[in-house]
Design a binder for this molecule. Structure first.
Ligand code: CTP
Length: 396
């Protein structure tokens, strides 16, 4: 669960550098952003092109690359990250770190930051066991630097012993542990998102204008705080964020089913724009024009997922619903809170003039038993982060 986390990965010059390519791939698959830095020695083992391709962004190598200090100076580069990871950390890099050297980009970044640092040492057995490395390691530990590995095994140089860089999966565990302390670590949250599609016939359906942007942002923010997120999404425009368990559904009935299966959970945020009705007489065959004129659709009411969940015996401790309204927002939201039996309602005005539905921003009111809070217009990601922190507080 590294969604929303930013890693600065320094790849040093060791045979294990190839494992760092896998580390980049896996970290990104978990939702992390990875900014790679390749030392001159590192570039002897893996190419800048493979590193940047996997990271999906340019690789920084030389202190003097950063000519445009205003755009991305070295100070900035090391401070945007949540964690600096050095893998492989060679004996030389460790010595530089312990001594406070700053004669290349990697060592300068490591000195110019107060961001936590994790190193994955990798070197020959004799180098690892040398008194100088022992001393440096002790210094680094004292400085608060986290260390993962090295493992023991056959080495590329033909010797056997400690010095092999930890495997990417172990490094990821160490990254998660280091970043962990997430306020929602160990919690499970269900999020519904997007529209539902209710079939009329095999090729037609009834839908609504929900893009799924707010729901996806909430799921990402919850995952960013360390929660395990079951993200039940209808056919939305916005893809599921990385780092969540995405469960794709089409209809309200399928969404209801998926939510029930995802239980138990500590909290649920039902942000989906569920269709209130489905077509009761949906056709199994494509409807054709004919002499009888337009078809007559009959509707049946869909299950109310929010009301059902709020009253379920195994209901999450905190159930949050949404109220998308075009008129009398507050009065309607209050009525919805009472009617649905949920704990909180996030109310927003989706009148076309607000540009909220399908837009990048939202302005909401949070209704809780304690009262109503006005949250000013802000990007959906920011509203999501605020809500995720409120949920963490409520569950604490
Ligand atoms: N909701 C749900 N299942 C439904 C309908 C709505 O879970 N069948 C949830 C939505 O995800 C949202 C909340 O209920 O969290 C309110 O949705 P909304 O469409 O605004 O409410 P409705 O129940 O449709 O009420 P109204 O018809 O008065 O707008």
């Amino acid at each position: 669960m590294l969604a929303g986390k930013h890693l600065l990965l320094i790849v040093g010059g060791g045979i294990a550098a190839y494992k760092s390519l896998d580390l980049i791939r896996r970290a990104r698959a978990e939702g992390a952003e990875v900014t790679p830095v390749l030392t001159r020695a590192g570039a002897e083992f893996v190419t800048p092109l493979s590193v940047s391709s996997l990271a999906g962004k340019r690789v920084f190598s030389d202190l003097w690359d950063l000519t445009d200090e205003a755009e991305m100076g070295h100070i900035q580069l090391s401070r945007v990250a949540d964690l600096l990871v050095v893998a492989p950390a060679t004996a030389d890099l460790m010595a530089k770190m312990a001594g406070g050297h700053a004669d290349d980009l990697a060592s300068t970044l490591l000195l110019a930051t107060d961001t936590p640092v994790l190193i994955a040492p990798s070197m020959n057995v004799r180098m690892w066991e040398h008194a100088a490395t022992r001393r440096n390691l002790a210094t680094l530990r004292q400085d608060g630097i986290a260390v993962v590995g090295p493992g023991t095994g056959d080495m590329a140089c033909g010797e056997y012993g400690p010095g092999r860089m930890a495997e990417p999966s172990e490094i990821l565990d160490a990254i998660r542990a280091r970043l962990g302390g997430g306020r929602l670590a160990g919690r499970h949250v269900i999020v519904t998102s997007g529209p539902t599609h209710e079939p009329i016939d095999p090729v037609r359906y009834i839908a609504n204008r929900s893009s799924g942007a707010q729901g996806a942002a909430i799921a990402a923010a919850l995952a960013g705080l360390g929660a395990r997120v079951s993200f039940v999404t209808g056919p939305a425009e916005v893809p599921p964020p990385p780092g969540v368990d995405a469960i794709r559904v089409e209809t309200a009935a399928e969404m209801q089913d998926a939510v029930t299966r995802a239980l138990p959970a500590d909290a649920a945020v039902l942000a989906a724009a569920v269709a209130d009705w489905r077509v009761a007489n949906a056709s199994a065959h494509k409807m054709k024009k004919g002499p009888d004129g337009a078809p007559r659709l009959e509707f049946a009411e869909n299950p109310d997922i929010l009301a059902t969940l709020s009253r379920a015996p195994d209901r999450p401790r905190l159930v949050v619903g949404f109220a998308a309204e075009t008129d009398d927002v507050l009065a309607n939201a209050r009525a919805k809170l009472a009617r649905k039996g949920c704990d909180w309602i996030v109310a927003n005005d989706v009148s076309p003039a607000t540009g909220i539905m399908g837009g990048a921003e939202n302005a909401v009111r949070l209704l809780t038993p304690e009262g109503v809070e006005e949250w000013p217009r802000a990007p959906k990601a920011e509203i999501a982060r605020k809500l995720a922190h409120r949920i963490a507080e409520a569950l604490a």
